[in-house]
Design a protein around this ligand. Sequence first.
Ligand SMILES: [Zn+2]
Length: 338
Amino acid sequence: MKAAVMRGTQQLVIEDVPTPEPGPNQVLVKIKYSGICGSDVHRFQYGMMNSGSVMGHEYIGEVVQTGASVTLLKEGDRVVSGGGTPPPDAPVSRLRNDRYSARTVGLGAITVGGFAEYITMDEWRPLPIPDSVSYELAVLAEPASIAVHAVRRSSFRIGDTTVVMGAGPIGLLVMQVLNAGGAESVIVSEPAPGRAAAAKVLGASLVMDPREEDVVARVLELSGGLGVPLAFDAAAAKPTLQQGLEMVRRGGQVLVVSMAWEQVDLLTVEWIGREVEMKASYGSEPIDWLTTLNLMERGQLSEKSMVTSESFIGFDDMQSSMERLMKPEESVQIVLVP
Ligand SMILES: [Zn+2]
């Protein structure tokens, strides 16, 4: 089968590799779509992956072969790339390491991921896609589970006015989850016009351009001078964390769901006196995947303006797309069709 193999920093090579064989408790999945994540771009950009490894963790596809002992899935099932509950005897996740760093560990241990034609998975790992959910929406299940996890970890309460900084895939999905959860309104801050337009289509009450206006002043004005109870940093741009901490009200919270690979600016004196809270969110749990698939089935998450005809690329465009994604980007989601 074909796969996009890392062969050095910023170097992806399309190679023929052996098609994996499912073990007795595994299924073989033919990959339909495989989303490119910002974290894949970072690993490409900063040389985080071992030579010979295949990235890609946002894939969906169809079960085409099952191991002899498989009972949970059958051939023809449409599945997402994760979300299942590990059995009690599954190996302990390395994320439980107390000194885990997404920069130095990341997904570096993965040898075969979703930038390939086929993948094997333990049968408990993938979840079936509900019949009414299209592949185009389902390919957002993994990033949507990250968004659900972030909102569940946050101090969000129904009726809150919230701000989301950054309208990339995660920011747009956080915004949709907040609206599904009963936000009074979601204000979005995003400089790229294409992404700002997507935020409007998908339900932002207001989209601010941080290059054109003082977003902290605007949020204070909109909230009667007090600030909002909750802001999400889904951008990891140099000023966004400080902006978030300044725009929340006394005791408010900034939920950080983006990963900055370069230093960001903080001036504590501006917000320490209001005893604001900063909280991190990383990855997702099985409950977040189930919630995501429920929201998709109920029509409360949409791929509109995120996954479009311009999103889809073939193996031949992988290298150039990764290079393009290293710079500020107009398109929202790029999807490999292996
Ligand atoms: Zn991801």
